[in-house]
Design a protein around this ligand. Structure first.
Ligand code: SF4
Length: 426
C-alpha cells in the first residue's frame, strides 16, 4: 500500500469465553465453553483471511483483544490471531496491541509468549483490592493474584499496563474504596479505568436493585470525585469519563471509539465502524463458527449512518473526553451551527459542569458525573437546532480527517510487521 494512501484503522477481536460468570456481568460470554475454543479460533483465522481485501486499504495501528477473558482463551491462540492480522493486514510495528487479562488466569510463560508475539499492552481486570469485595463480585482471583500478574507482566517486558477497578459495590464504604485506590496506585500501572457498578437485569446482582446495601447516588458521586482527585495526585490524568493515565499512555484504541475513527471487529458479537456504516456480527458463538466455516453471512445488524447521526455521535462521544468539542470543528466537519447547544453549555458552565478552554468545551469532573443526562440534553438541542436551519441539510465536505489533539497524526516512520504465515495454533 503506498504511503500516500495511508488510512489508519483499529482492530477489535472478541473472545467470548470466561472461566465462570461474574455476579454483575451482562456481557456476552460463555463460562466454560472450552470445547468450542479450537473451532472458534479456526473460524476467526478464516474470517480474518477473508477480510484481506478490506484490510488492504488500511494501516492497522491498534489491535485490542477483549472479552470475555482472552487470557483464559490461551496465549497460543491469541498469538495466532495477531499473526493472522499481520499476514492479511498491514500492521504497523509501533501499533498499540492490547490483551485483556484476568489475574490468576495467566502464567508468566504465557505473558512472555504474548509479549514475543508483539502484544505490548495489557488491561488487567483487578476490580477491587478487597478480597471480600472480589468474592462478592464472583471474581475468581484475589488481590494478591493481581499483584502477581502485574509483577509477572513487567518481567515479561510489558511497559504499558492498565488496571480496571469498580466502585459503588454492595456494602462498599468510602474507606474500602480509598484503600483500593491507594493499593492500585502502588501497582504503578500506566493507566487506570474506573467504572461505576451498573446493576443489570439478568445478572445475579439484580437482587441488589434499589437495595439499601448499595451506596446511594450521593455516595457514588463522592467515590467518583474522590477517585478523580486521588488518581490525579498519583499522577493519573483524567482523559475520559472513566479513564485516567500517565501522560502519553492514553488508550489509543479506545480513543478511536471516542473520536469517531474507523475500526473493524472480528468474532461473535463484534462491532465495526467503517466508511459510514456500523455493523455487528451475530452474538452467538456456535452460529458464528458454523456460518464462517460454511462461508455464510454473519452480519446481524448494519446501519448506514446519516450526516446528522454522525454529528450526534461527534457530540456524544467527544464529550466523554477531556478534549471535548469546538464550534469551529463541528462546523468544519458537519457544516452545522451549534447556537442552541452553546446556550446550553454556557448554562452548564455557570453550574460548574463545563469549562470553555482554548476554544473547546469540555466537562469538569462534576459534569462527567452527570454526563449521561447532560449529553442527552445536548442531543435534544442538536435536534431542535436542525429544525431551525434555513438551508437544507448539507453533506459533509470531503476533506482532511479532523486532527486529534491527544494523538496528532504522524507520518509513517515505523515499519510494518512482516506478512508471515500465521502459526495456526489449532
Ligand atoms: S470475566 Fe469479565 S466478561 Fe467474564 S464474566 Fe467476569 S466480568 Fe464478565
Amino acid at each position: 500500500m503506498p504511503e500516500s494512501a495511508e488510512k489508519r484503522i483499529g482492530i477489535y477481536v472478541h473472545i467470548p469465553f470466561c472461566s465462570s460468570k461474574c455476579a454483575y456481568c451482562n456481557f456476552y460470554s460463555l463460562p466454560g465453553g472450552d470445547r468450542l475454543m479450537p473451532l472458534y479460533n479456526a473460524a476467526m483465522l478464516k474470517h480474518i483471511e477473508e477480510y484481506e481485501p478490506q484490510l488492504d486499504g488500511y494501516l492497522i495501528d491498534t489491535v485490542y483483544i477483549g472479552g470475555g477473558t482472552p487470557s483464559y482463551y490461551g496465549a497460543g491462540r491469541l498469538a495466532s490471531i495477531f499473526n493472522a492480522l499481520k499476514r492479511y493486514g498491514h500492521v504497523r510495528l509501533d501499533s498499540e496491541a492490547t490483551v485483556e487479562v484476568n489475574p490468576g488466569s495467566i502464567t508468566k510463560d504465557e505473558l512472555l509468549k504474548l509479549r514475543r508475539a508483539g502484544f505490548n499492552r495489557l488491561s488487567v481486570g483487578v476490580q477491587s483490592a478487597d478480597d471480600k469485595m472480589l468474592k462478592s463480585l464472583g471474581r475468581s482471583h484475589s488481590y494478591a493474584d493481581a499483584e502477581e500478574t502485574v509483577k509477572n507482566a513487567r518481567q515479561a517486558g510489558f511497559e504499558n499496563i492498565s488496571v480496571d477497578i469498580i466502585f459503588g459495590l454492595p456494602s462498599q464504604g468510602k474507606d474500602t474504596w480509598a484503600e483500593t485506590i491507594a493499593k492500585i496506585a502502588s501497582l504503578k500501572a500506566e493507566h487506570v479505568s474506573c467504572y461505576a457498578l451498573k446493576i443489570e437485569e439478568g445478572t445475579e446482582f439484580n437482587v441488589f436493585k434499589d437495595s439499601p446495601f448499595l451506596p446511594d447516588d450521593d455516595e457514588q458521586a463522592d467515590m467518583y470525585l474522590y477517585a478523580v482527585e486521588m488518581l490525579a495526585r498519583f499522577g493519573y490524568r483524567q482523559y475520559e469519563v472513566s479513564n485516567f493515565s500517565r501522560r502519553g499512555f492514553e488508550s489509543k484504541h479506545n480513543m478511536k471509539y471516542w473520536l469517531g475513527y474507523e475500526y473493524i471487529g472480528f468474532g461473535a458479537g463484534a462491532h465495526s465502524y467503517i466508511g459510514r456504516c456500523r455493523y455487528s456480527f451475530i452474538e452467538d458463538v456456535e452460529k458464528y463458527i458454523e456460518r464462517v466455516t460454511l462461508g455464510q453471512a454473519v452480519v446481524e445488524y448494519s446501519e448506514e449512518m446519516s450526516d446528522f447521526e454522525n454529528a450526534g455521535e461527534y457530540l456524544m462521544l467527544r464529550l466523554r473526553t477531556v478534549q471535548g468539542i469546538s464550534e469551529g470543528e463541528y462546523y468544519d466537519i458537519y457544516r452545522l451551527k451549534m447556537d442552541l447547544i452553546l446556550d446550553l453549555m454556557k448554562k452548564y458552565e455557570s453550574s460548574g459542569w463545563m469549562v470553555f478552554d482554548e476554544g473547546r468545551w469540555r466537562f469538569t469532573p462534576k459534569g462527567f458525573l452527570l454526563s449521561n443526562t447532560l449529553i442527552g440534553e445536548i442531543l435534544d438541542a442538536q435536534a431542535r437546532q436542525r429544525t431551525q436551519i434555513s438551508k437544507p441539510w448539507q453533506t459533509q465536505q470531503p476533506g482532511e480527517e479532523p486532527q486529534l489533539t491527544l494523538f496528532p497524526k504522524r507520518p509513517l516512520e515505523a515499519g510494518l510487521f512482516g506478512r508471515r504465515k500465521p502459526s495456526g495454533y489449532d
